[in-house]
Design a protein around this ligand. Structure first.
Ligand code: HEM
Length: 443
């Protein structure tokens, strides 16, 4: 009953300050890694601030996140920042709402069914192994940019059937487009945002060619694009060309940025914890020699699963989600006025000491099988939740596992001393110097 909707609420606004006129606390938010942590310590897990042009409430508690995620379309609606909206395009699933969103999600979900996923394993594995061979020859490298190419190549191959995407112009244009996603939406030739708009036009043109070829072919193919081109909704209608372009662009982005972050965090944290690496290797010894990886064999790697869960608890690839209040409501005794922004804060949620004692410590045993495993509760939400839970969750988990297995089997890596390992967090966390390592073949 604490979470009631009241249209004539006498409840007070959450604590916090709105900062300077107009820009509010936007600059601190963009620059300060501890923005939410400091304010949650001062004001409690629900506080107000003023960001990106409007008053915004941060929600960092388990109950609060559950409330926001469970009330999508009722009290809240997704609302990405303006630059993100413009660059993703209005026909992108991440921006669609209500009935259209529901229906489109069902169509796109076909590319992430277990049968589709099983068909991706061989490609993911092959691309991953060819990167590993190269790393072992180079021996000393900054891992983040390499992992970025790896996830992009996999996404390009599986979503649009293109080989070595990161090495051609598509890869270049895509990187520049990504750099504009979370910026001030100033559309001039010399701003990041303005440049990214032009990259978007270029990318859409390329995607149009690729999609048209598929549409005109007798066999549109078995990859994700083939599925989307063939798919019909309940009324038998198909996705139009403009929408296919926006949706494919979204998949390329979502299948790339966040995954790279989780992989580099895995390499960082496991590299810093030899005891964890030893236990992972012991578990891998139980995999049958030389047998191809399958959904079933990967499922047996329960310690790896725990490690990946703890990696995403400590360094969640998506720090939180943006919403707008569409109907005034009350949360934990505070009023959330219509039109205000809301950010549900995954990063803070994962640092709750009541759920996670000594929260800064990396400890995969927190997720050991058992009744108090936090991954079954709203205290753990790396993939969000509710109607907009990550569509690519199982795809992401699969790719993380395959890359983790192959890297652990083939490489001994040492993190090079004297580098800046502090995290850049926007758009997705990564070590500032790109995680420089020295590799040795361990086979
Ligand atoms: C949405 C996290 C990988 C596709 C989301 C959301 C989160 C998330 C937190 C919800 C955002 C919100 O509530 O506003 C992650 C993480 C990933 C990952 C941590 C990797 C470790 C992927 C991959 C794909 C993908 C690989 C696709 C290939 C999507 C899509 C949405 C989404 C399409 C929008 C869903 C909707 O609005 O209905 N993701 N994601 N994600 N994700 Fe992921």
């Amino acid at each position: 009953a604490r979470f009631m909707n009241t249209t004539t609420s006498a409840a007070s606004l959450p604590p916090g300050t709105l900062g300077l006129p107009f820009i509010g606390e936007t600059l601190a938010f963009l620059r300060d890694r501890n923005f939410a942590r400091d304010r949650a310590a001062r004001y409690g897990p629900i506080f107000k601030t003023h960001l990106l042009g409007r008053p915004t409430v941060f929600v960092c508690s388990e109950e609060g996140c559950r409330f926001v995620l469970a009330n999508e379309s009722k009290y809240f609606v997704v609302s990405w920042p303006p630059s993100t909206r413009k660059l993703l395009g209005s026909l992108s699933l991440a921006l669609q709402t209500g009935g259209v969103h529901y229906q489109r999600r069902r169509i796109l979900a076909q590319a992430f069914q277990p049968r589709a996923l099983a068909g991706y394993i061989e490609t993911m594995d092959a691309i991953c192994c060819s990167f590993i061979e190269r790393w072992l020859q180079v021996r000393s490298l900054a891992w983040y940019p390499e992992l970025r190419q790896l996830t992009f190549d996999i996404a390009c191959k599986l979503f649009v059937g293109m080989d070595s995407g990161s090495h051609n112009e598509l890869g270049e244009q895509f990187e520049l487009w990504c750099q504009g996603l979370f910026t001030l939406p100033l559309n001039f030739p010399w701003t990041r945002f303005g440049r990214a708009r032009r990259n978007r036009d270029w990318l859409l043109q390329q995607l149009e060619e690729i999609i048209r070829k598929r549409q005109e072919s007798d066999d549109p193919g078995d990859d994700a694009l083939g599925l989307l081109v063939r798919s019909r909704d309940e009324d038998g209608s198909q996705l139009g060309l403009d929408e296919l372009k926006d949706q494919v662009l979204l998949l390329l982005f979502a299948g790339h940025e966040t995954l790279t972050s989780s992989l580099v965090s895995f390499c960082l944290l496991v590299g810093q914890h030899p005891d964890v690496r030893d236990r992972l290797l012991a578990e891998l010894d139980r995999l049958p020699d030389d047998a191809p990886l399958t959904l079933e064999s990967l499922q047996q790697l329960t310690y790896l699963e725990q490690v990946l869960q703890e990696v995403m608890r400590c360094i969640p690839p998506v720090g939180g989600g943006f919403r707008t209040v569409i109907q005034e409501c009350e949360l934990d005794g505070y009023r959330l006025p219509e039109g205000w922004g809301v950010i549900y804060q995954i990063a803070q949620l994962h640092m709750n000491p009541d759920r996670y004692p000594d929260p800064d410590r990396f400890d995969p045993d927190r997720f050991a099988p058992g009744s108090d495993n936090p991954s079954q509760t709203y205290s753990y939400a790396p993939f969000g939740g509710g109607l907009r839970e990550c569509l690519g969750k199982e795809f992401a988990r699969l790719e993380m596992k395959i890359v983790a297995v192959r890297v652990l089997q083939a490489c001994d890596w040492t993190i090079t001393p004297d580098q800046d390992l502090s995290l850049v967090v926007i758009p997705s966390p990564r070590p500032r110097d790109g995680l420089r390592v020295v590799m040795r073949d361990r086979r």
